[in-house]
Ligand binder design. Sequence first.
Ligand code: HCB
Length: 217
Amino acid sequence: MANQEIIDKLKNALVNQDINGTVEATKEALAAGMTANDIINNALAPGMKIIGDKFEVAEIYLPQIMMSAKAMNNAMEVLRPAMEKEKIGEGSGIAITFVQEGDIHDIGHRLVSTMLGANGFKIIDLGVDVSNETIIEEVKKNKGKKVLLAGSALMTTSMMSQKDTIVALKEEGLRDSVKVMFGGAPVTKQWITEIGADGTAENAAEAARVALDLTRK
Ligand code: HCB
């Protein structure tokens, strides 16, 4: 089967909440020689975007999103060993990763954490629904070390908290001691500039590249 056919089959399985089909097509894509990041960026992430669009127009409901999320999680387990080998550089320092307060969407966050870990960063994963107080506390604990914050937000509401994270860092006199990158579907470069963060990325592989660049000096 041609690569594009496997990609289409995988995307369809995910969109149709076919958990076994998603896992099998993911294995097929790896066996065909595709990289984990290509499989994610060309099939799984676009599939999740279709799911979100269908939800928005009430064509599907939460139980179906949850089934597709389960299929995506199972596919990620298949891809994790390959992802861990797809390193592009050797980072140094700590990456504190988290999903902003009020937000439990963790699929992208886990992909980014995996890729940063694969590229040499020591990961402190604060998980989902993380308050700015918790983030500040963790930055204080690691003061004096090279620290990168990598936060995710999937909703426009939780994205607003990214601005508060920057404000809180400034208020605590910590802004210059960390690099800050934010991502997630609603995050744009314009938003990053507006709130005074240091970078963003559209996917996990790009996140690793940006993280390496930001922490190089
Ligand atoms: Co959810 N949901 N959801 N959802 N959900 C979204 C996000 C909507 C856009 C769907 C829609 O309406 N079109 C929408 C948000 C609308 C908005 O605010 N603009 C929405 C909503 C409304 C909700 C609920 C409120 C629904 C409800 O209860 N009525 C509820 C909120 C729960 C909460 O957080 N408090 C909810 C719940 C759920 C679940 C639980 C069913 C499930 C999450 C399961 C889980 O994560 N464990 C879910 C899902 C799966 C989605 C969609 C369909 C997919 C998200 C996803 O996993 N994408 C999403 C639709 C969409 O995003 N368009 C929908 C795939 C990953 C790979 O992409 O963008 O997360 P990613 O990450 C990328 C990229 O952004 C970047 O790299 C990643 C890897 O490639 N990146 C970074 C991410 N973080 C980065 C950090 C960096 O520093 C750098 C790069």
